[in-house]
Design a binder for this molecule. Structure first.
Ligand code: FAD
Length: 401
């Protein structure tokens, strides 16, 4: 009965079990998740679902009936409390479950504000799970004053949805500019201007000193001394990989659960995939927090469990929806030394280079720039900056070079 046991019924866990079954794995498969609902997509949580434009069932990655039909034992609302590596068993409260292969797909945990500055007051929310977003819904109403802490993609998406809802939105970002950790100045400038058009008050270089209120948040004091009244706070200050089980089991940790090129942890019977795992990349290690990574890595590891012995080669891409702007990102921009702008009016893209090498593209309402950029980056090719910068020039011929 041992078979494959997967801890974490999120994007990566669900992708892995489906791929295993589709590709002919005949043994037992158990998928264990501590949330109450079947595996679902998280991206709409800060987009259409938060806006109330997407029904719950449409979030599900597959209909609930799929798992039983595919012979996958889906256990919801079950929190795994330990791994007994010597016995090849996991522990769920009083129960033990044997495994031949164990996969850790435990995802990430959102960073929270410390209780000492009011992080535990009512009305202070994070956006990670369906439960988080459902808890936010009653206060997410026109006219309410919301403070968003953190100007990364989650914070900006929440700001866009709140503004669309008719809320009064202030967003504080402690760093010099929004998106500083993940994007170029040009992309920050683009999104700052976009939010300003919708009345979002973005304050950069300003942190939160503390939240005010007794049981319920009523106000906030910012690092520049400003005090403001607020009805709700949304915290988007990043996530940390959920390595708790792996650490307790003595597995190697290095910016997430450290795996080898094939996705195996320091214990050959245990694999890790998705947000929680860091894998070898260039001279160091990389951990990605995205749906495409969760799916691709999970499918690669499913193949390895079936004996393929293939290395995981990430092809990073990401997206963000804010108002009527669809941002698509190809590649990884770290290490860029210049940006080439392609400005076609509605469609704008920023191309990141290091020397002559194309590293990444941020494309706003420009699916063609994204598609061409992605194909070039995936193939290890570059793009002539003169052609890129000329918004009238066709990009497709770049693919033929
Ligand atoms: P998760 O989806 O987090 O799944 C991990 C699961 O494991 C969770 O359900 C967790 O509760 C469970 N678990 C953990 N420990 C245990 C345990 N001990 N026992 C049982 N279960 C356990 N990515 C994009 O590419 N584009 C986007 O636009 C985008 N938008 C996003 C918006 C939001 C609001 C959020 C939160 C994320 C967004 N992401 C986006 C990121 C993307 O959703 C994640 O990278 C992806 O979900 C990672 O999948 P995962 O399976 O590794 O982790």
């Amino acid at each position: 009965m041992a078979g494959v046991v997967v801890i974490g019924a999120g994007q990566a866990g669900a992708s892995l079990v489906a791929k295993l079954r589709n590709d002919g794995y005949a043994g037992a498969i158990t998928l264990i998740g501590n949330e109450a609902v079947p595996p679902y997509q998280r991206p709409p949580l800060s987009k259409k679902y938060l806006l109330g434009e997407m029904a719950l069932e449409r979030l599900y990655l597959r209909p609930e009936s799929y798992y039983a039909e595919a012979g996958i034992d889906l256990r919801l609302g079950s929190h795994v409390t330990g791994i007994d590596r010597a016995a090849h068993e996991i522990v769920i409260g009083d129960e033990r479950l044997e495994y031949e292969h164990l996969v850790l797909a435990t995802g990430s945990l959102p960073r929270r504000l410390p209780a000492a500055i009011g992080g535990d007051l009512g009305g202070v929310h994070v956006v990670r799970t369906l439960t988080d977003v459902d808890a936010m819904a009653p206060g997410f109403v026109a006219g309410a004053r919301v403070l968003i802490v953190g100007g990364g993609y989650i914070g900006l998406e929440a700001a866009a949805v709140a503004a669309a809802r008719g809320m009064q939105v202030v967003l504080v970002e402690m760093a010099e500019r929004i998106l500083q950790r993940v994007a170029a100045q040009e992309t920050s400038d683009y999104f700052r201007a976009l939010h300003a058009r919708y009345g979002v008050d973005i304050r950069e270089g300003v942190g939160l000193e503390r939240l005010l209120g007794d049981a319920q948040v009523r106000g906030a004091r910012l690092s520049d001394g400003t005090e403001m009244d607020v009805d709700m706070v949304i915290v988007g200050v990043g996530i940390v990989p959920d390595t708790r089980l792996a650490e307790a089991a003595g597995l190697a940790i290095d910016n997430g659960i450290a795996v080898d090129g094939q996705g195996r942890t320091s214990d050959p019977a245990i694999w890790a995939v998705g947000d929680c795992a860091s894998f070898p990349h260039q001279a160091g290690r990389l951990r990605l927090e995205s749906v495409p990574n969760a799916i691709d890595m999970a499918e690669c590891v499913a193949g390895n469990i079936l004996g393929k012995a293939q290395d995981y080669v990430p092809k990073p891409w990401f997206w963000s929806d804010q108002y009527d702007v669809k941002l698509q990102i190809a590649g990884l921009s770290a290490g860029y030394d210049r940006i080439v702008t392609r400005d076609g009016g509605e469609a704008v893209s920023f191309w990141y280079y290091c020397g002559d090498r194309l590293l990444a593209v941020d494309a706003m309402n420009d699916p063609r720039a994204y598609m061409v950029g992605k194909r070039l980056i995936d193939a290890g090719k570059t793009a002539d900056p003169m052609i890129v910068a000329d918004a009238g020039a066709d990009l497709k011929p770049l693919l033929q070079r």
